[in-house]
Structures are given as structure tokens and as C-alpha cells.
Design a protein around this ligand. Structure first.
Ligand SMILES: *[C@@H]1O[C@H](CO)[C@@H](O)[C@H](O)[C@H]1NC(C)=O
Ligand SMILES: *[C@@H]1O[C@H](CO)[C@@H](O)[C@H](O)[C@H]1NC(C)=O
Ligand SMILES: *[C@@H]1O[C@H](CO)[C@@H](O)[C@H](O)[C@H]1NC(C)=O
Ligand SMILES: *[C@@H]1O[C@H](CO)[C@@H](O)[C@H](O)[C@H]1NC(C)=O
Ligand SMILES: *[C@@H]1O[C@H](CO)[C@@H](O)[C@H](O)[C@H]1NC(C)=O
Ligand SMILES: *[C@@H]1O[C@H](CO)[C@@H](O)[C@H](O)[C@H]1NC(C)=O
Length: 355
């Protein structure tokens, strides 16, 4: 068996055991009712060589979409045509995407209906990790987000030559290399008025109590799942997403990500605050509110190496939304004080406990 044939078998075997309905475009060919293979060449090329064998890609965007990529993401992928830094894998959960594909070489679509938010992300995670291409960052995102430069921020070394905020964010990832890269995050929320009506408003990431954001700001502690970039050296310590509470709420899996990220990589879970992601849509899915942060932290503790299990992080009740005080290079919170790491700090789990 030639090596690439074995690799195909592994990928296809994975897809079949995952019960995936694979849709790859160009030559629409229905194999059976629930397995659609279109443009098998493109898919196999992705599995065996990555999308492009000539240049090494730094990023893979892992996107869940109702059908096709949104227009602003498509235009970003098109603008990547010179630097060729990213590939994109899209899981369509509503209906297969059957246009747009011809113009986008670096995008592969798969189709899987009836997924939850987290098991859809896990399918993308396994696909990206089992492919031949080794990326530096695995960037998960929802389709219903928009990117902008954060208002009232000045240019910095990452944004200076960038026309698109995502390009500045990619520069940040490559130059600074956080374990987990995030950005300023806002979602549409309502502010209640006295008469009970809601005023549309934006709810954004926790801000420092005073002044503007420094461009690089470790999180304290919570962060939304809408846009998360995991470094290759960190991702397998944090993912796949846990599905324990999936029937009650699709938000629970992110609590494991948040707490595990803090326990393993405190200080290296970093927002690039000069880019803002805004989530405009709110969809209908299970979102029961559960007060279980302490249970999830205890679960994480049982998986931590023995020598770290008595750390104070496990004996104090977690506070996940803390407004930090930022002074120079230091961040002060209710639970801990840390200095902001220098660029390209080694990504080693539990390193902060050993200091
Ligand atoms: C590459 O993208 C730029 C826009 O960023 C566009 O002007 C140019 O025509 C594109 N080139 C190709 C070959 O698509
Ligand atoms: C969708 O998934 C749920 C949970 O796995 C299952 O109970 C249900 O039967 C599935 N529905 C369809 C139409 O496949
Ligand atoms: C930006 O700065 C201006 C002037 O200081 C202020 O009026 C405005 O509210 C600021 N906008 C944001 C989003 O902070
Ligand atoms: C970035 O922009 C500055 C001017 O703002 C310019 O001097 C520099 O050469 C540019 N760097 C690159 C890599 O294009
Ligand atoms: C952790 O604490 C428990 C109970 O206090 C103790 O029995 C155990 O030896 C401690 N383990 C380490 C590695 O310090
Ligand atoms: C953090 O620093 C402040 C100010 O120096 C100090 O009062 C506090 O005890 C420190 N907290 C921790 C957890 O070390």
C-alpha cells in the first residue's frame, strides 16, 4: 500500500465511523442516500497533501455554517491569494453549499446535519488534525460573526500594514504566538429599560477598569467560543470539546475549554484587543443556565498530573469574570497577579505553576 493510500483510508475510515455525510464539490455524484462525494480529487488532495503542496500554510479556519461561507469570509479568503497563509474547512449543518466553491481553492466543505455546536466542532477538529498539513493555528469560528478594527485604537505592529482585521490578527498569532489567541468580543444584547422593553446594545469583553486596552491582554478568565485560535502545541491538551452537558446547553463545553485553558496555560490565553469580533445572530439551541463551574473545575483537576492537584486554583471557588487592573506589564486580579509573557514564550502545560 502506498503511503498516501493508507492516509486516504484513515481519513475516509474516520469519516465513515463518524457517520459523516461528505460533500465535496464539482462533480456531483451521489454514492448513496447519505454519502455524497463530489470532487473527490480535491478532498483527497486536501487529506493527503493539504490544499497546496507548494507552500506551508500557517492557519486553518474551522467554520460551522448553515450552508455556504458568509460573504465577508469569502472575500477574506480571496484576499489571502497572495500570502497563501490559510486553508478553510467548513461544516455546513443546514444544507450543503453548492455554489462559490469553484472560485475558492483553499476551502473544503463537508455536510453533516443534526450536529450540535460542539460535536460539529469536534468533526472539524479531527479532520484538521488527521490531515497531512500541520498548521500552526487551528482557528474555530462561527459563521455569524463580523470582524472590525476596535474603535479608538491606534495602529500597532500587527495592524500597521494590514487592510483586513483578520490579517492583523494572523500577524499577531505568528509574531506573538499565544497558546490560545482571542480578540475583543462583542455580542448583541439587550439593555432593559424601566418599561420592560430592551434597548439593543453591545455587550463586550471585560475591559480594564481604566484607560484603553493594551493590544496584548491575557484573559481573566472567561472567553466566548465564537472565535478561538489554538496553537498546535496547545490544542491537544484542551480539545476535543466535552459533550457532557450537550443536551442541557451548548454553552457548557466552553466552560471546560475556559477552565482547562486557565489551569494549563494561564497568562498565555491572550486577546489581541485591536480586533473586534461581533456576533450579530442569536440562534435557537439548548442554553439552560447551569451553576456548575466548580464541578467542571473538579473534573479537570482529576485529569491533572498528581503533583499539581493541590494547587490553590483547585481549592478556591472559581471566579471567571474578573476585571483586571493593568499596570505596565502586570495584570492584577482578585485571584492572581501575573506578568504578561514576552512574545513566543514556550507553550508548556502547567508552566505557570512551576514558576
Ligand atoms: C488577490 O486579491 C486581491 C485583493 O486583495 C485582488 O485585487 C487580486 O485581483 C487577487 N488576485 C487574484 C489572482 O485573484
Ligand atoms: C438528531 O440527533 C439526536 C441526538 O443524537 C437524535 O435523538 C435524533 O434522532 C436525530 N435526528 C435525526 C433526524 O437524525
Ligand atoms: C471613541 O472616542 C470618542 C472620543 O473620545 C468617544 O466619544 C467614543 O465614545 C469612543 N468610542 C468607543 C467605542 O469607545
Ligand atoms: C509596513 O508599513 C511601514 C509603514 O507604515 C513600512 O515602512 C514597512 O516597510 C511595511 N512593512 C512591510 C513588511 O510591508
Ligand atoms: C495533596 O493533598 C492531600 C490532602 O491534603 C495529601 O494527602 C497529598 O499528599 C497532597 N499531594 C501532594 C502532591 O502534595
Ligand atoms: C496581587 O498583588 C496585590 C498588590 O501587590 C496584592 O495585594 C495581592 O495580595 C496579590 N494577590 C495575589 C493572589 O498574589
Amino acid at each position: 500500500m502506498k503511503p498516501h493510500t493508507r492516509s486516504n483510508c484513515r481519513i475516509l475510515g474516520f469519516l465513515l465511523t463518524a457517520g459523516l455525510f461528505v460533500v465535496i464539490f464539482t462533480h456531483y455524484r451521489t454514492i448513496s442516500n447519505d454519502l455524497h462525494l463530489l470532487n473527490i480529487e480535491k478532498f483527497v488532495k486536501f487529506c493527503v497533501n493539504g490544499f497546496s503542496s507548494s507552500t506551508r500554510k500557517e492557519f486553518v479556519y474551522l467554520v460551522q455554517a448553515e450552508s455556504c461561507l458568509s460573504r465577508h469570509l469569502t472575500s477574506f479568503v480571496k484576499s489571502d491569494n497572495i500570502s497563501k497563509r490559510c486553508d478553510v474547512i467548513v461544516l455546513s449543518w443546514g444544507k450543503p453549499c453548492i455554489d462559490l466553491y469553484t472560485s475558492l481553492n483553499d476551502v473544503v466543505y463537508i455536510y453533516q446535519s443534526n450536529t450540535t455546536w460542539s460535536n460539529g466542532r469536534n468533526i472539524l477538529y479531527h479532520l484538521a488534525l488527521n490531515g497531512r498539513e500541520k498548521y500552526r493555528y487551528y482557528i474555530f469560528m462561527d459563521e455569524d460573526i463580523e470582524f472590525s478594527f476596535t474603535p479608538n485604537t491606534t495602529q500597532d505592529i500587527y495592524s500597521r500594514n494590514s487592510t483586513h482585521p483578520l490579517e492583523a490578527f494572523e500577524n499577531f498569532l505568528l509574531s506573538y504566538e499565544p497558546a490560545i489567541g482571542l480578540c475583543n468580543y462583542c455580542s448583541r444584547c439587550g439593555r432593559p429599560m424601566l418599561n420592560g422593553l430592551l434597548v439593543p446594545a453591545l455587550c463586550c469583553s471585560t475591559r480594564p477598569a481604566e484607560g484603553n486596552f493594551p493590544p496584548i491582554l491575557p484573559v481573566t478568565i472567561s472567553f466566548d467560543a465564537a472565535f478561538n485560535a489554538f496553537h498546535a502545541d496547545a490544542i491537544q491538551h484542551i480539545l476535543p470539546y466535552r459533550l457532557d452537558y450537550e443536551e442541557a446547553s451548548w454553552w457548557e463545553s466552553q466552560k471546560y475549554v475556559i477552565l482547562a485553558s486557565d489551569v494549563l496555560f494561564r497568562g498565555q490565553v491572550v486577546r489581541y484587543t485591536h480586533m473586534t469580533v461581533t456576533n450579530n445572530d442569536h440562534r435557537d439551541y439548548p442554553k439552560q443556565i447551569l451553576d456548575n463551574w466548580a464541578d467542571i473545575l473538579e473534573d479537570i483537576r482529576t485529569r491533572v498530573p498528581l503533583k499539581y492537584r493541590n494547587q490553590s486554583v483547585f481549592t478556591t471557588v472559581p471566579i471567571v469574570e474578573m476585571v483586571p487592573i493593568v499596570t505596565g506589564n502586570m495584570i492584577y486580579t482578585l485571584l492572581w497577579n501575573i506578568s504578561i509573557p514576552q512574545a513566543k514564550a514556550p507553550i508548556v502545560p502547567y508552566h505557570h505553576f512551576d514558576k
